[in-house]
Write a protein that binds this ligand. Structure first.
Ligand code: DPM
Length: 355
């Protein structure tokens, strides 16, 4: 951790993107930490990322990985900030080797939501006229929704959430947007949600709705501080989801979708891999027992990573079971042809990029 002030209080510097949503998320994490430890001061340092600057290209077509995280990770690496708050779904399944996820907070609503143009306010997707245009840059959403709603068209829409909502309301281009309900709720726009997409029509993205705190792997003081924020159930679900993504060697711009649930100490994972046009869809569900018999050894020397997540206070058996579930799901999907579907999707994304 960083600078100690004259009164012996520590100041922890927190990195964040500049968008309103990112600021809301970071402020809420800092507010939670302040409640848990009153002897630490926090300084929020905001910055723009590549993803914020390139607004005219579909996300899936920008070759660059870690679009929204790279500049922040650089600041973390340089020691300019002590931790960074992210939407977990924006964090790659493999982080730089000296970075870890030190906390995963309780998940907000993980589903996707439909926000209608005011003139369609009372409709749902099924009621929209033929060829209505739905704004989303997510290949995952497009692939799934094309299957369910073949009468609709899908167009990329970029920019932060404020920009997108303005485009929906003021341009006549889009009949509706599909956005993560979590972001919409954090922005206090819940009243704009006309429809929430349930798992039978649209599975969510890996990590969607959960916030994560990224820390330097060797900064044990900050790790100890932020670990207080962990939400065990969210963390175990997200470890399984991230393990699936990592094992499929897929990124945030590939059509991979999930659903997870913990019931009676069993973790359930539904994973899906789709072709970009939705014509192909592999979908499987598996489960594993989360035994909680083992207690922790909390020596920082034997720090274990589970898809870059460090959680000293959560049973390693449970973490391992969650990670293995994601890996087994990837193997099952690959045995059914997921590798080919993803290879074609990657190829098509790359072709789109050249045009
Ligand atoms: C990632 C995707 C999107 C974001 C792809 C996906 C959506 C892109 C788009 C990986 N990151 O979901 O299939 O809508 O064009 C993002 C949002 C949030 C985090 C906004 C959103 C807020 C919700 C959360 C962008 N990242 O998805 O509406 O914290 O999970």
């Amino acid at each position: 951790m960083s600078a100690e002030s004259t009164e012996g209080r520590k100041t922890v510097r927190v990195g964040t993107r500049k968008s309103q949503l990112a600021m809301i998320q970071t402020n809420s994490v800092v507010a939670s930490l302040k409640k848990l430890c009153d002897d630490v001061d926090f300084e929020i340092i905001s910055m723009s990322t590549t993803g914020d600057k390139i607004l005219d290209t579909a996300l899936s077509k920008i070759g660059e990985k870690s679009l929204f995280t790279k500049e922040l990770e650089k600041a973390l690496d340089d020691g300019r900030v002590d931790f960074v708050v992210h939407s977990l779904k924006d964090l790659q399944s493999t982080l730089p080797p000296n970075m870890v996820i030190g906390a995963v907070l309780e998940r907000e609503d993980p589903y996707d939501a439909v926000l209608m143009h005011p003139k369609h306010a009372t409709k749902c997707l099924a009621d929209l006229p033929e060829n209505s245009v739905i704004g989303t840059s997510s290949v995952r959403r497009v692939a799934q929704l094309k299957r369910k709603y073949p009468h609709l068209k899908f167009e990329s829409v970029r920019g932060n959430l404020n920009t997108r909502l303005r485009k929906l309301d003021e341009d006549d281009m889009y009949s509706a947007l599909v956005l993560a309900a979590a972001g919409v709720k954090r922005m206090d726009w819940e009243s704009r949600i006309s429809q929430t997409l349930m798992p039978d029509e649209c599975l969510y993205a890996v990590g969607q709705g959960a916030l994560a705190v990224e820390v330097r792997a060797n900064d044990f003081d900050t790790l100890a501080l932020v670990s207080k924020l962990n939400h065990e159930e969210t963390l175990l679900r997200c470890v399984a989801e991230r393990a699936l993504l990592r094992e499929l060697e897929a990124g945030c711009s590939t059509p991979v979708a999930v659903y997870t649930e913990i019931k009676d100490k069993e973790l359930y994972l539904t994973g899906a891999v789709l072709s970009l046009d939705g014509s192909e869809c592999l979908k499987e569900t598996m489960q594993t027992a989360l035994s909680d018999t083992q207690t922790q050894s909390s020596s920082s020397a034997d720090q274990q990573h589970y898809v870059s997540v460090v959680a000293q206070t959560i049973s390693h058996q449970a973490l391992k079971a969650a990670e293995d579930l994601g890996i087994d799901m990837a193997k099952l999907l690959i045995s059914k042809g997921a590798g080919d579907i993803l290879a074609v999707a990657r190829q098509q994304n790359a072709e789109g990029e050249k045009k």
